[in-house]
Design a protein around this ligand. Structure first.
Ligand code: NAD
Length: 361
């Protein structure tokens, strides 16, 4: 199979971690008989330096023509970088918002996995972390409170602000379909999270999710109120497989879920549209404090590349091989500095990439 991938190395540690992800993908291609075709585009600060804008129309067109996009991270030190002297629409992050919009990426996926070998980094009690967890938060990304009408007015000398939370059934249906489709590739359980005891938008959410569920009889569906879900994530995270939720709830819950893993350098993510196309990137930023030192952890980017194989190319076996390589390297006690612990062997960013590539079977 030919995989036509656009890469956005970006800024800071971005180029270093994307290079290692490519190393692993190239080994996958060798082992499984695929051809990787990479095209790099500039985004964020790297694009500002060359073109004066964080994202050009040509870059968007190149991304649109690909099967998937693999990104490192963008942005610099927000207090010292000259990029942050520019007006907001010309700063690095505007490039990311621009590409998400241009590619209509409405579904955000963030897995939160606790690796047994890294259990010490988990801030939860030992009896909870000992069970491990492997969940995926599926968050609606382009609707809801963050995109509704908003205004601030003054009435009778009192300032008043209004934000509007709107969802229509089409927006709910398309994210629900994504959630159930992905649950079919996992443990076949969807927990739909809402606030249906209070909000009309949540009651519509619940009823549309139930309609969609009828097309996926193998998937177990449960509904959970968002306040309960926030508690369950720290009380019993092992119960979850796919958590399906709207934009603001997903924003908060995905950060909570990722923090309970304790390791920022391990967290992958994907943003998908209604085709197989997706943008895959680590959840962390460009870490300007460690850029160029060959010490960044490339695993989040490598795991994002595994998600790309699974969700954009349906190459489940290949994705499993990448995830197994990560498990194996951790089991062997190899660690980048951010996840280093006593008795383990410290390796560089490029060293970790090489070890992972070597273990692709
Ligand atoms: P950050 O995630 O870049 O860094 C936070 C801390 O985690 C730093 O100490 C960093 O060294 C460490 N860290 C992050 N990734 C690591 C890795 N792979 N290996 C080892 N250590 C790692 O967050 P920040 O410092 O708040 O942001 C830096 C820049 O990144 C800002 O410009 C911000 O806007 C941008 N950012 C970009 C994205 C993105 O591209 N999607 C996401 C978040 C932040």
């Amino acid at each position: 199979m030919e995989l036509n991938i656009v890469c956005i190395p970006g800024d800071g540690i971005g180029p270093e971690i994307v290079k290692e992800a490519k190393k692993v993908l190239n080994r996958v291609a060798e082992r499984y008989g695929h051809q990787m075709k990479y095209t790099d585009i500039l985004m964020g600060g790297a694009s500002i330096d060359v073109h004066g804008v964080p994202l050009t129309e040509e870059a968007v067109a190149t991304a649109k023509a690909a099967d998937a996009v693999l990104m490192g991270s963008i942005g610099g030190d927000t207090t010292t970088s000259p990029w942050y002297q520019l007006p907001p629409h010309l700063r690095p992050e505007a490039g990311l918002l621009g590409i998400r919009k241009a590619l209509n990426l409405f579904a955000n996926l963030r897995p939160a996995v606790l690796y047994g070998e890294l259990a010490d980094a988990c801030p939860l009690k030992k009896e909870i972390s000992a069970q491990g967890f492997d969940m995926l938060i599926m968050r609606e990304l382009t609707g809801g409170l963050y995109f509704g009408e908003r205004k601030t007015v003054e009435e009778n000398g009192i300032r008043k602000a209004v934000d509007t939370l709107t969802y229509d059934e089409t927006e709910i249906r398309r994210i629900a379909v994504k959630g159930f489709t992905i649950a079919m590739k996992r443990k076949k359980k969807v927990t739909s999270v809402d606030k249906a005891n209070v909000l009309d938008s949540s009651r519509l959410w619940r009823s549309v999710v139930e309609e969609v569920a009828k097309d996926y009889p193998e998937v177990e569906l449960e509904h959970m109120l968002v306040d309960n879900c926030a508690m369950q994530l720290v009380k019993n995270p092992a119960q979850f497989d796919v958590i399906l939720t709207e934009n603001m709830f997903g924003d908060i819950l995905s950060d909570e879920a990722s923090m309970v893993t304790g390791s920022i350098g391990m967290l992958a993510s994907a943003s998908l549209n209604d085709t197989k196309f997706g943008l895959y990137e680590p959840s962390h930023g460009s870490a300007p404090d460690i850029a160029g030192k060959d010490i960044a952890n490339p695993i989040a980017t490598v795991l994002s590349a595994a998600m790309m194989l699974r969700y954009s190319f349906d190459l489940d076996k290949e994705a499993d091989a990448v995830e197994a390589a990560v498990q194996e390297v951790l089991k062997d006690g190899c660690r980048t500095v951010d996840i280093m612990s006593a008795g383990c062997r410290q390796v560089s960013c490029s060293g970790m990439g090489t070890l992972l590539a070597e273990r692709i079977r």
